[in-house]
Design a protein around this ligand. Structure first.
Ligand code: TLP
Length: 350
């Protein structure tokens, strides 16, 4: 087995990835300074590289995707304004209600469809302010690509363009939770800028499939990123010699993007293997990147028992609530690990 945590095949998330040897080397020798003074040369290099790759004016390094999304939302919208987003998105489901708890914004959640999109009619309706004093004004729209809870599905470019047109029509910024934006670009076989040109800001993670130990970037226009920097400070995310891990981020962006295609191939192989196993339901068409989501339809095994049984075989997967299970492929998971995981699933459900 060649899994990230060595003696297990850990498919719980791509967040479990360990830094590559080249990252460890770069971290050991990184040029450092105090980033709150803007003096960490490695952080500055990473931010410039990120802005260039995403195709926007500027970028800022934050410790986590959660802080990146929150500081972006706070920089876009004000107290009493609505954050229009999908009801299955990470910002709404998994970020502790930060925009509301800390920023006084209101989440306006619209149904996410199975393909990760929100109906354009629903978006338009939510974006319409009207002159009615009773309503809270819309502040921004958020989308997620790839879409985690919808199983790693990829929002098509024409959908991004149509959502952007609505946002522009109503003068609203469009923020993209692009935690796995490079997975989306690889799946669509386009330069990532083909996706990001349809949004005003992006948060993407270094610490998922790109395998860096820490870090996310928020990317957008220069004045917007200046506001995000202030929000990052407000949230306690102003870091000092952050070049120690930014160095791994530079390696991640230079060396780890193209290999995401291997993770997608492994996910498809895993999905095809699981498809053959009685007791599971899986929609192969929705396996579009590095996430495999399936449901247990065999009443005599619970998700808890399934996960415990897999763990006894040295295979880790995660519960998504109800009867849904998630497996995520990543750096450190090879084709041999995938066939072992399928065998283990067969054994547990036999
Ligand atoms: N996702 C994690 C968990 O929080 C669920 C995972 O294992 O997938 N946006 C998206 C789409 C994400 O999937 C995540 C993390 C984040 C934002 C937050 O990133 P972090 O964990 O760095 O705060």
């Amino acid at each position: 087995m060649s899994s990230a945590t060595r003696d297990v095949v850990d498919l719980r998330s791509d967040t479990v990835t360990l830094p590559s040897p080249a990252m460890r080397e770069a971290m050991a020798h990184a040029d450092l300074g105090d980033d709150v003074y803007g003096e960490d040369p490695t952080v500055n290099r990473l931010e410039e590289l990120a802005a260039e790759m995403i195709g926007k004016e500027a970028a800022v390094l934050v410790p986590t995707g959660t802080m990146g999304n929150l500081s972006a939302v706070l920089a876009h919208g004000g107290r009493g304004e609505r954050v229009i987003l999908g009801d299955e998105c990470h910002i709404y489901c998994y970020e502790a209600g930060g925009a509301s708890a800390l920023g006084g914004l209101i989440y306006h959640a619209l149904p996410n469809r199975a393909d990760g999109t929100i109906s354009l009619d629903a978006l338009r309706e939510a974006a319409e302010t009207g002159a009615d004093l009773h309503t809270s004004p819309p502040g921004l729209i958020c989308l997620e690509n790839t879409h985690n809870r919808c199983g790693g599905v990829v929002l098509p470019i024409n959908y991004m363009a149509a959502a952007h047109a609505i946002a522009q029509e109503y003068g609203l910024p469009l923020h993209l939770d692009g935690a796995r934006i490079f997975n989306a670009a690889i799946a669509l076989d386009v330069d990532v800028r083909e996706i990001t040109r349809h949004v005003d800001s992006v948060q993407f993670c270094l610490s998922k499939g790109l395998s860096a130990p820490v870090g996310s970037l928020v990317v957008g226009s220069r004045p917007f990123i200046a506001r995000v920097r202030r929000m990052r400070k407000l949230l306690g995310g102003g870091m000092r010699q952050a070049g120690v891990f930014a160095a791994a981020g530079v390696v991640a962006l230079r060396e780890m993007v193209a290999r995401l295609a291997d993770d997608h191939a492994n996910a498809r192989t895993l999905a095809a293997g699981l498809f053959e196993i009685p007791g599971l339901s899986i929609n192969i068409d929705l396996v579009q990147s590095n996430i495999v989501r399936f449901t247990l339809n065999d009443g005599h095994v619970s998700v808890t028992d399934l996960l415990a049984g897999l763990r006894a075989h040295g295979v880790l997967m995660g519960s998504m609530g109800g009867t849904t299970v998630r497996a995520v492929t990543h750096y450190g998971i090879g084709a041999d690990d995938i066939s072992y995981a399928v065998q283990a699933m067969r054994a547990v459900l036999a």
